[in-house]
Design a protein around this ligand. Structure first.
Ligand SMILES: [Zn+2]
Length: 426
């Protein structure tokens, strides 16, 4: 019942802001920046920063991105925020955060857990991020600026270990170990063709569940690409294995932490030393795992701060005055200041931020359970594959908390992510 009420409310608010969303998408697709005499499309600015070894040039690219955001995109975002504000009043909720509390989102409980995680992992984060920045861009965390982050995570040094042509065979072999024959799945379509106008981002489109699920990727190689492919493959197999007999809401609505959790489980295989050794004959897999887990800790801390920020944002009388809080909260969590200009675009609608946060906890707990039950090479065990496939069949009919409780008898806790990262990094 609540699911359908949320679905209808989100549809209503989405309709009210459709014009702003369309204009934003169009601008993002057409805006261009001029950096050092070179024209770069807006959407390519982040990839350009990631691929730019010269630190000063990265700063100039970021400056161009911030200017375009302030001048062209933020007026539209602000318009959208005011429209949603008025729309929420018509839904008779005091504010957007309260609307989601009514939908059953336990925002405050999760925010408390995120505050604890930010405290308990602060030192670990400072030490491991410092090590990573020194290794990748030659400067410590205290000197690192926001344009160094994407470069550090890009880590082209690992590219030779993740060649484009081995991506699909590795995915097929991994799924085959789990009892899934990707090539014979008639309801799964893989769009892996290189096309110049294709979106550079991988995504999964569940057109019919489970009848037709499409995975789109433009394979370019590199660790990021492998992560993206395995992440989207997790969504794809979840939807493709969903039981056809479930209702629309049990297949499509529900708790997004479930489908994100399956995506994270597949994605994190590509950081797992046992998997890397088995699939790729990988040198220094432990070093790569530490990098991957440092990145995970960065993301989880970033999203923890985002949740704290988004709750304040959605409860404020005038949210367009919150750019300073955005800088404070995210800067505190990451020790690197974000751009104030991103305070509007860096908000996920529908509190999707909670879906990611809970999916990380779900994945950390579920993976730990799989390791304890089936061994560190659980992903090669047919029984582990059968368990995962049985759970995929339940689609979105259970919450992440319910799945975890049924399988492992545990409650979902953000502290599980802190423990997992400590186990690798401390
Ligand atoms: Zn996802």
């Amino acid at each position: 019942m609540t699911e359908l009420w949320r679905f209808a409310s989100e549809g209503y608010l989405g309709e009210l802001t459709r014009e702003q969303a369309e204009k934003t998408a169009e601008l993002e697709a057409t805006l261009e920046a001029e950096v050092d005499g070179e024209t770069i499309p807006f959407r390519m600015l982040r990839p350009a920063m990631a691929n730019e070894p010269d630190r000063d040039k990265r700063e100039r690219i970021d400056k161009a991105r911030v200017e375009l955001t302030e001048e062209h995109l933020n007026p539209l975002h602000a318009e959208g925020v005011h429209i949603v504000h008025a729309g929420v009043e018509r839904l008779e909720a005091p504010n957007y955060a309260d609307l989601y509390r009514r939908f059953g989102f336990r925002l405050d409980e999760l925010a408390d857990q995120c505050r604890d995680l930010l405290d308990s992992t602060e030192k670990l984060f400072e030490e491991s991020a410092d090590r990573l920045f020194r290794a990748r861009v030659g400067i410590g965390l205290d000197e690192a600026r926001r344009w160094d982050v994407i470069r550090t995570f890009r880590a082209p040094e690992w590219d030779p270990q993740f060649p484009a042509e081995k991506m699909l065979p590795a995915l097929e072999a991994t799924l085959s170990d789990m009892g899934v024959d990707l090539k014979s799945q008639e309801n799964v379509e893989l769009d892996v063709e290189q096309r110049p106008k294709k979106s550079p981002r991988a995504f999964c489109a569940p057109i019919e569940i489970p009848g037709r699920v499409v995975l789109v990727i433009q394979p370019m190689g590199g660790a990021d690409d492998w992560r993206a492919l395995f992440h989207e493959a997790g969504h794809t197999e979840h939807y493709a294995n969903t039981s056809a007999g479930l209702s629309m809401e049990e297949k499509r609505l529900g708790d997004v932490a479930v489908t994100e959790g399956w995506a994270m489980l597949m994605q994190h295989l590509t950081d797992d030393p046992a998997w890397l050794t088995r699939r790729l004959d990988f040198p220094r897999p432990d070093e790569f795992e530490r990098e991957g887990v440092t990145q995970l800790l960065y993301m989880v801390r970033r999203y923890s701060a985002k949740l704290l920020y988004e709750i304040e944002f959605h409860q404020a009388d005038d949210p367009t005055k919150l750019s300073n809080r955005y800088v404070e909260l995210l800067g505190d969590a990451l020790k690197i200041e974000p751009a104030a200009a991103d305070y509007l675009a860096d908000i996920d609608s529908s509190f999707y931020v909670t879906g990611y946060l809970r999916s990380w906890a779900f994945e950390a707990q579920f993976r730990t359970h799989l390791r304890e039950r089936f061994g560190s090479d659980w992903f090669t065990k047919r029984e582990a594959g059968s368990l995962v496939r049985e759970l995929w069949e339940t689609g979105m009919s259970m919450t992440a908390d319910e799945v975890l409780n049924e399988v492992a008898g545990q409650e979902l806790e953000m502290d599980a992510v802190a423990q997992l990262t400590r186990g690798v990094l401390a």
